[in-house]
Design a binder for this molecule. Structure first.
Ligand code: COA
Length: 261
């Protein structure tokens, strides 16, 4: 599928760089962007040559400044519900990719932009980034998961402060409350994201996927279900070739070479 609204670049280490590419509209999430993100998430999940991904925005000003307000302004209630469900499903697809996905937040991450970043595995922010859920200022509420993922990430108190005021936080404040994992100069953002991914990708791929799944299952059910899933996934990891290679390499005092099997 040729993309018009995003860019999809795969490097030789298997990291896909997905760039939302509407810089003149601060990378706002139009229907076209959502459709292409859906396709990109499918590629990241299914193609074995892709081991991880970075999601970012084109230009130096914005990661994503929200859902496209021009499109929102024209929706009926029934259409708006479907619009929200569609975005939620695409972000959920990205969130459940069994590979690490970094949000490289290179500027404004507002509304759907912050919701997109929160559906990623980890978030690194440029120093100029501003993050917020301003929907209430427009007479609407977040529709792509903001009311659900923000309290899970930063706790209900801080989440409600952001959701009810609509005011963005700086990158430094986002780091302080645990909304982003690190803050780096904008020029270093992609290199920092790649370096972190290389560290994770040196580990057993199957184990990475199972950790992602176990955390997701636990957060979306309860402790007991999460623990049961963890034990079953632990059993799967223990039966893998990677487990044999990892433990053997440790005992032989060498670096493991994982096959992802
Ligand atoms: N949807 C559609 N277009 C958007 C947009 C969005 N969410 N965010 C920005 N744009 C467009 C602007 O309309 C403008 O287009 P134009 O040049 O054709 O007029 C262009 O992007 C540049 O934005 P502009 O507002 O001129 O930049 P700024 O530096 O003055 O302000 C923001 C930057 C991010 C503060 C401001 O664009 C903004 O508040 N955007 C909306 C954020 C929002 O409420 N998101 C949640 C949506 S649910």
């Amino acid at each position: 599928m040729p993309y018009q609204h995003i860019q999809f670049d795969l490097d030789e280490s298997g990291v896909a760089l997905v760039t939302v590419n509407r810089p003149d509209k601060l990378n706002a999430l139009s229907r076209g962007v959502i459709q292409e993100l859906d396709h990109a998430a499918g590629r990241i999940a299914e193609e074995s040559a892709i081991r991880a991904a970075i999601v970012t925005g084109a230009g130096e000003k914005a990661f994503v400044a929200g859902a496209d307000i021009n499109e929102l302004a024209a929706l009926t209630a029934v259409e708006a519900r479907a619009h929200a469900r569609r975005g939620q499903q695409v972000f959920r697809k990205l969130e459940t990719v069994p590979k690490p996905v970094v949000a490289a937040i290179n500027g404004f991450a507002l509304g759907g932009g912050l919701e997109l970043a929160m559906a990623c595995t980890v978030r690194f922010a440029a120093e100029n980034a501003k993050l917020g859920q301003p929907e209430v200022k427009l007479g609407i509420i977040p529709g792509y998961g903001g009311t659900q993922r923000l309290p899970r990430l930063v706790g209900p108190g801080r989440a409600l402060e952001m959701l009810l005021s609509g005011d963005p936080v700086t990158a430094a404040e986002a780091w302080r409350i645990g909304l982003v994992n690190a803050v780096v100069p904008q020029a270093e953002l992609l290199n920092y994201s790649r370096a972190w991914l290389q560290k994770a990708l040196a580990n057993a791929p199957l184990a990475l996927g199972l950790v992602l799944e176990a955390v997701d299952v636990g957060l979306n059910s309860g402790l007991e279900e999460g623990l049961r899933f963890e034990a079953a996934a632990f059993g799967v990891s223990a039966a893998s070739e990677d487990r044999r290679e990892g433990t053997r390499a440790f005992l032989e005092k060498r670096r493991p070479v994982f096959a992802g099997k």
